[in-house]
Design a protein around this ligand. Structure first.
Ligand SMILES: [Zn+2]
Length: 394
């Protein structure tokens, strides 16, 4: 065999094109690489595609692009490989070194930059030795057919799934990541599409959802569901952000606004296998309450409106509201409906019991009530009020 006729091809795959900050140039980021040797005369487009697909099984049946590095250019300049003529050009560029670099990119990543035709592809980011070693081990496993993570059985995320908007789609990705213990990155997110990938270098998992014709909902159009990463230990705890938890527990909090953090914790543990710190859950519950019922401060500002609305709907009632003269903050609120007053005079014993209980919200205070007994010896409320404390003033 004439060794001069052997040519090494360095395949770089699993990464994507990224814009170099502030420059109209692209660099290849992430992924791993493998060097294979071929006889120069055997190299053609079909061979490159065959080799690419045996290295990256997940690319079978998917659209992807090949680019080659023009030898000697620095920062690196890449040219697309579309036909056998491009392959010939590639070999001509490398006749001195007998080594070429071929970059594999899934088609979707190119779509992100469709408006950047004048952008030069260049500058491969150096891969650290350790990550290459790790990826090689994983790739070997894959070639033996020993390690293929299948997550397709997950019904929540599949091609065709619809989500109300982009944020509920992201919420679903996060839930999936927590359930399956992997990290993810949002690669692109704008009005028309959301693309997420696995955060592990070289792992092919990725999902893409696009805006539907109704202008708000998002539909999953592409999903590469297999992971080649080892997963992240306790990734769930890191991925479970307060916003995610708040969204997740919204229904629980709606049914029972006073649900304890411990109950929420038990719930998240059975559903997602998460064990989260008490304070994180407490803050999430506060956020969920705020999203559902508005903030406490905001609600106090509605009291004057509540008063006028109650008066409008219950004419003849006695309702009064007192606020601080200086800063207009809430002081007292008294309600006695006309029906209660009429009921008291019509059928109750003229003996009134008054009591109060302490309120445990942010601003404390007391809830006072005036009750009496009706003809059946049942409790009958005549009036109630919220005040700062039980005092002669109030
Ligand atoms: Zn992964």
């Amino acid at each position: 065999m004439d060794y001069n006729k052997l040519c090494s091809i360095v395949f770089k795959y699993g990464g994507f094109w990224d814009v170099v900050n502030g420059k109209s140039r692209m660099k290849y980021v992430g992924g791993s690489q493998k060097t294979l040797k071929f006889e120069r005369d055997d190299i053609n487009l079909l061979l490159l595609k065959e080799q690419t697909e045996s290295l990256c099984r997940w690319l079978r049946g998917q659209a992807y692009d090949l680019h080659y590095h023009i030898n000697g250019t620095s920062p690196k300049v890449y040219m697309p490989i579309n036909n056998d003529r491009d392959v010939m050009d590639m070999l001509r560029c490398s006749c001195n070194e007998n080594k070429v670099e071929v970059v594999v990119v899934m088609k979707d990543f190119d779509e992100i930059f469709t408006n950047a035709d004048n952008i030069q592809y260049g500058d491969m980011q150096d891969l650290s030795e350790t990550s290459r070693v790790n990826n090689d081990i994983i790739m070997d496993g894959l070639c033996d057919g020993g390690f293929v993570a299948q997550v397709e059985e997950n019904l929540a995320l599949c091609v065709g799934s619809r989500f109300e908007d982009s944020s509920s789609f992201k919420q679903a990705i996060r839930s999936n990541a927590i359930l399956q213990n992997f990290g993810f990155k949002i690669k692109a997110s704008d009005k028309s599409r959301v693309i997420a990938t696995c955060s592990y270098r070289g792992c092919p998992w990725r999902i893409r959802a696009s805006l539907c014709s109704d202008g708000h909902s998002f539909e999953v159009r592409k999903l590469q569901a297999s992971h080649l990463c080892p997963g992240v230990n306790r990734a769930g705890n890191k991925q479970a952000t307060i916003t995610w938890i708040a969204n997740e527990i919204k229904d629980l909090v709606k049914r029972n606004p006073d649900i304890t953090p411990k109950d929420i914790s038990n719930n998240l543990e059975t559903t997602y296998g998460l064990s989260l710190p008490y304070m994180k859950i407490w803050r999430s519950r506060e956020l969920a309450r705020e999203q559902l019922f508005g903030s406490i401060d905001e609600n106090y500002s509605w009291v004057p409106t509540l008063k006028s609305e109650l008066m409008k709907r219950n004419p003849g009632s006695h309702i009064s509201y007192l606020c601080d003269n200086q800063n207009h903050s809430f002081k007292r609120f008294f309600v006695s409906f006309k029906v209660c007053i009429d009921g008291f005079f019509a059928g109750c014993r003229y003996l009134i019991g008054i009591d109060a209980c302490h309120l445990k919200s942010k601003y404390l205070g007391v809830l006072m009530a005036a009750n009496c007994l009706d003809g059946n010896n049942g409790l009958f409320t005549i009036a109630f009020a919220v005040a700062e404390s039980e005092s002669k003033k109030s």
